[in-house]
Design a binder for this molecule. Structure first.
Ligand SMILES: [Zn+2]
Length: 423
């Protein structure tokens, strides 16, 4: 282990002590606080129960849109998307397609505008490892990282050159899990524990997938089984002497009619086609990615590009009048409130209410994979997330991102590295 105890690094305007004890931050995808409390109440998560009572349990806000990539990048950069640039899985890139513009995935590190504290810590001599569930996050999280970085999804494809480790299947003691399974997240924990047992590491980041949370509400059988699994691995990391910080990228809510089980969807492109003419407005759903089976690309956040001759203010007013809409803002107001990069957001940002999602056209969403009533995220209603530590927290930071008014999930490394008691 590098002698890192007295050194600090500066990353994106924040400073972090390099770990004097091995430190792991876990991002539990889609982890509403309720999941933790319900699993503890059911008696299946005793270690999480200890964390909830140990002077290191808080609630904070994630970044909006409450999606996976913007929040994972905020966590490892310590700043909101206005700084690091990643504001969705998917966006309208006006420069793509020879300047014609195109809808593209935002999972290429070329879109990242800030360095990660993981890469900076490794550069300063810390031994760093990152394990993600899905491969879509791996290249962003591992950008410029001199360390170990691999995904459970592609665990059979790791190479020393690309991932900083030559073999992980035997190490984790599990085969490559199905991308739509609880096993994908369990692999992340199993690999993390084995890395902690077998390597001299200083800093680790583990990021799971929300397959279970999309299907199971807090306190249900499937959810409690997931948290029981997680509890066992967290207890092992604790027993190995690791400082643990646990947070989430976003919460999760039911987005369906409780009577019929049908999803509550506003098909915004259909609405705008009706108002303005077919295809004149362009609705972008930043939740869109290649893995849509469990949510049908339906979340509670959308951004809209309008033709020049249409009044933004009038469209905002009309959308605001639709039932199920929480917030509609123009580009400037939305980017200021949600700390987003103006050039990657449309003319309008639309956020739906707690139990309502936004779609493009009805015909463009394949909902055949929704085997259970829709649960999803993306809105302000999924902003509250846990911040949990296995050490007493001495003092909370005043976050750089929001004038110090509220705790954010992207404060987690600051707290885990700078503000927990040493025993
Ligand atoms: Zn997520």
């Amino acid at each position: 282990m590098a002698n890192t105890s007295e050194r600090t690094i500066e990353v994106n305007g924040r400073s972090y002590r390099l770990p004097s004890q091995p430190t792991v931050v876990v991002c539990v995808d889609g982890c509403e606080f309720d999941y933790l409390e319900a699993a503890v109440a059911a008696g299946v998560a005793p270690f999480i129960g200890k964390m909830l009572k140990g002077g290191g349990a808080f609630k904070g806000d994630c970044v909006i849109p409450s999606f996976t990539n913007p929040n994972n990048l905020s966590i490892v950069c310590g700043v909101p998307p206005s700084v690091h640039g990643i504001c969705g899985n998917y966006f309208w890139d006006p420069d793509a397609n020879g300047g014609e513009g195109a809808e593209v995935m935002m999972n290429d590190p070329a879109y990242l505008r800030a360095g990660t504290l993981l890469a900076a810590a490794a550069e300063a001599g810390a031994a760093v490892a990152v394990v993600t569930a899905k491969d879509k996050l791996r290249r962003l999280l591992g950008w410029q990282l001199k360390g170990i970085c691999f995904s459970a999804e592609k665990a059979d494809k790791v190479t020393l050159e690309e991932n900083g480790i030559g073999e992980v299947l035997d190490m984790a003691g599990m085969p490559v899990p199905d991308v739509y399974s609880a096993g994908l997240s369990e692999f992340v924990f199993a690999a993390g524990v084995r890395l902690a047992q077998t390597r001299k590491l200083d800093l680790m980041y583990l990021s799971t997938t929300d397959y279970i949370q999309h299907k199971w509400a807090p306190g249900t059988e499937g959810a409690n089984a997931f948290y029981a699994m997680m509890d066992g691995y967290l207890a092992k990391l604790d027993a190995l002497g690791w400082v643990i910080g646990l947070t989430a990228d976003h919460g999760m809510n039911a987005k369906h009619d409780p009577q019929t089980g049908e999803p509550n969807v506003i098909y915004l492109q259909d609405v705008l086609d009706d108002w303005l003419g077919v295809g004149r407005a362009r609705v972008i759903l930043p939740i869109t990615d290649p893995y849509v089976v469990h949510h049908g690309a339906l979340g509670s956040f959308a951004t809209v590009y309008l033709p020049r001759d249409v009044s933004v203010a009038q469209v905002i007013e009309r959308i605001g009048g639709l039932q199920g809409i929480d917030t509609v803002l123009d580009n400037v107001a939305a980017c200021e409130r949600f700390e987003l990069p103006n050039d990657r957001v449309g003319d309008i940002v639309v956020v739906s209410t707690k139990h309502v999602v936004l779609g493009t056209r009805r015909a463009e969403h394949d909902l055949s994979g929704l085997t259970v009533p829709l649960r999803s995220h993306g809105g302000i209603s999924e902003q509250e997330v846990p911040l949990l530590f296995n050490r007493r927290v001495e003092a909370l930071p005043s976050s750089g991102g929001d004038g110090g008014k509220r705790l954010r999930n992207f404060d987690i490394f600051d707290i885990a590295l700078n503000r927990v008691s040493s025993s």
